[in-house]
Design a protein around this ligand. Structure first.
Ligand SMILES: [Zn+2]
Length: 84
Protein backbone atom coordinates (compact mmCIF):
# COMPACT_ATOMS: atom_id res chain seq x y z
CA UNK A 1 0.00 0.00 0.00
CA UNK A 2 1.08 3.57 -0.64
CA UNK A 3 2.38 5.65 2.23
CA UNK A 4 0.76 8.97 3.11
CA UNK A 5 3.78 10.74 1.60
CA UNK A 6 3.37 8.87 -1.70
CA UNK A 7 -0.28 9.88 -1.80
CA UNK A 8 0.61 13.51 -1.08
CA UNK A 9 3.24 13.41 -3.84
CA UNK A 10 0.59 12.28 -6.34
CA UNK A 11 -2.21 14.53 -5.09
CA UNK A 12 -1.96 17.20 -7.77
CA UNK A 13 -1.58 14.60 -10.53
CA UNK A 14 -4.67 12.88 -9.14
CA UNK A 15 -6.69 16.08 -9.30
CA UNK A 16 -5.43 16.88 -12.78
CA UNK A 17 -6.42 13.37 -13.87
CA UNK A 18 -2.86 12.48 -14.82
CA UNK A 19 -2.56 9.21 -12.95
CA UNK A 20 -2.55 5.78 -14.50
CA UNK A 21 -5.45 3.47 -13.70
CA UNK A 22 -3.22 1.41 -11.41
CA UNK A 23 -2.03 4.47 -9.48
CA UNK A 24 -5.65 5.59 -9.14
CA UNK A 25 -6.62 2.24 -7.66
CA UNK A 26 -3.75 2.36 -5.19
CA UNK A 27 -4.64 5.88 -4.11
CA UNK A 28 -8.36 5.12 -3.83
CA UNK A 29 -7.45 2.16 -1.65
CA UNK A 30 -5.33 4.34 0.59
CA UNK A 31 -8.00 7.07 0.77
CA UNK A 32 -10.61 4.51 1.75
CA UNK A 33 -8.53 3.60 4.78
CA UNK A 34 -6.80 6.86 5.64
CA UNK A 35 -8.96 9.71 6.85
CA UNK A 36 -6.08 12.15 6.89
CA UNK A 37 -5.25 11.76 3.20
CA UNK A 38 -8.91 11.53 2.28
CA UNK A 39 -9.70 14.94 3.77
CA UNK A 40 -6.45 16.34 2.38
CA UNK A 41 -7.48 15.36 -1.17
CA UNK A 42 -11.00 16.64 -0.53
CA UNK A 43 -9.62 19.98 0.52
CA UNK A 44 -7.33 20.16 -2.49
CA UNK A 45 -10.20 19.35 -4.85
CA UNK A 46 -12.39 22.09 -3.37
CA UNK A 47 -9.63 24.66 -3.56
CA UNK A 48 -8.82 23.67 -7.12
CA UNK A 49 -12.47 23.88 -8.14
CA UNK A 50 -13.00 27.25 -6.48
CA UNK A 51 -9.95 28.68 -8.17
CA UNK A 52 -11.31 27.55 -11.54
CA UNK A 53 -14.74 29.05 -10.81
CA UNK A 54 -13.22 32.33 -9.67
CA UNK A 55 -11.22 32.51 -12.92
CA UNK A 56 -14.36 31.84 -14.96
CA UNK A 57 -16.42 34.61 -13.42
CA UNK A 58 -13.59 37.12 -13.56
CA UNK A 59 -14.53 38.25 -17.05
CA UNK A 60 -18.22 39.15 -16.56
CA UNK A 61 -17.18 41.12 -13.49
CA UNK A 62 -14.87 43.24 -15.58
CA UNK A 63 -17.88 44.18 -17.68
CA UNK A 64 -19.59 45.52 -14.60
CA UNK A 65 -22.02 42.67 -14.04
CA UNK A 66 -23.40 42.45 -10.54
CA UNK A 67 -22.75 38.93 -9.37
CA UNK A 68 -23.25 37.92 -5.76
CA UNK A 69 -21.49 34.65 -6.47
CA UNK A 70 -18.19 36.45 -6.69
CA UNK A 71 -18.29 37.69 -3.11
CA UNK A 72 -19.57 34.32 -2.02
CA UNK A 73 -16.77 32.44 -3.76
CA UNK A 74 -14.14 34.87 -2.52
CA UNK A 75 -15.21 34.27 1.05
CA UNK A 76 -15.18 30.52 0.41
CA UNK A 77 -11.67 30.80 -1.01
CA UNK A 78 -10.52 32.63 2.08
CA UNK A 79 -12.01 29.89 4.21
CA UNK A 80 -10.36 27.16 2.14
CA UNK A 81 -6.94 28.78 2.19
CA UNK A 82 -6.36 30.05 5.72
CA UNK A 83 -2.62 30.22 5.10
CA UNK A 84 -2.97 32.36 1.99
ZN1 LIG B 1 -2.66 8.55 4.33
Amino acid sequence: MLSCKQVADRASALIDGELSAWELIQIRLHLAMCKGCSSFIDQLRKTDHLTAVAAEIDEPLQHGAEDGRYTEILSMLRKEQPRG
